[in-house]
Design a protein around this ligand. Structure first.
Ligand code: AP5
Ligand code: MG
Length: 211
């Protein structure tokens, strides 16, 4: 299955992508994770992306599109993938359609995770990530064993002002994707509120992959 996840920051895209990709046996490709790994590693790509990410703005399309094209060309993505955080505007969606067309295939489904601004702000403010394992926690909804552990960090873009800008960027630049995929007859929308497992079952049911 070739699947993209669309939804505001904090809707639970990364959380669900991990589980759904594993259940479907396809690679999870998260542009945010790839950018963050490059920022941590101090690579040229990371240096280009960092200032945009810290501000909560989109990294320029040419940088992002080339990175995704390279990743999709890898063997493990040939028979299916789950994209988390890409595309992020209609220009990227058109580029993705072009990449897939050139490979003789098409996208199956765009899954939209719907959550209110209040809920995503709560989710992002309480998010903590383990340095050693990369696991994503939430102080209230999925608390780590020791919330004061030095192993935990908060993403630099999870500060109130940056969250506000990310929501604005989502509304202005990413939300139009919903109409783009609706017009293609590929949009499936689910409520992202509820327990993680409940949202997963809703998602699998909606994309027709329930067991
Ligand atoms: P990216 O990493 O994609 O960030 P985002 O879209 O803002 O989304 P998040 O990762 O913040 O949230 P999420 O939906 O994954 O939620 P999560 O599962 O973690 O992008 C970061 C930056 O990189 C961008 O701002 C941009 O600069 C750049 N970038 C990336 N892709 C790009 C692109 N294509 N083009 C240009 N630039 C790009 O969950 C959040 C919290 O909620 C966690 O604590 C989790 O434990 C909790 N939670 C999850 N599910 C539930 C639930 N059901 N109930 C309660 N809590 C829950
Ligand atoms: Mg994420």
């Amino acid at each position: 299955m070739r699947l993209v996840l669309v939804g505001p920051p904090g809707a639970g895209k990364g959380t669900q992508a991990e589980i759904i990709a594993e259940r479907l046996g396809i690679p999870k490709i998260s542009t945010g994770d790839i950018f963050r790994a490059n920022v941590s590693g101090g690579t040229p790509l990371g240096l280009k992306a960092k200032e945009y990410m810290d501000a909560g703005d989109l990294v320029p399309d040419e940088v992002t599109n080339d990175m995704v094209a390279d990743r999709l060309a890898q063997d493990d993505a040939r028979d299916g993938f789950l994209l988390d955080g890409y595309p992020r505007n209609t220009e990227q969606a058109k580029v993705l359609d072009g990449i897939l067309k050139a490979a003789g295939t098409v996208l199956d489904t765009a899954l939209e995770l719907v959550a209110s601004d209040d809920e995503v702000v709560r989710r992002l403010s309480g998010r903590r990530v383990s340095k050693s394992t990369g696991k994503v926690y939430h102080l209230e909804f999925d608390p780590p064993a020791d919330p004061d552990s030095d192993d935990l960090f908060q993403r630099t873009d999870d500060q109130p002002e940056t969250i506000k800008n990310r929501l604005k960027v989502y509304a202005e630049q990413t939300a139009p994707l919903v109409g783009y995929y609706e017009a293609q007859g590929k949009l499936v929308r689910i409520d992202a509120i509820g327990e993680v497992a409940e949202v997963t079952e809703r998602a699998l049911g909606a994309i027709g992959a329930a067991e």
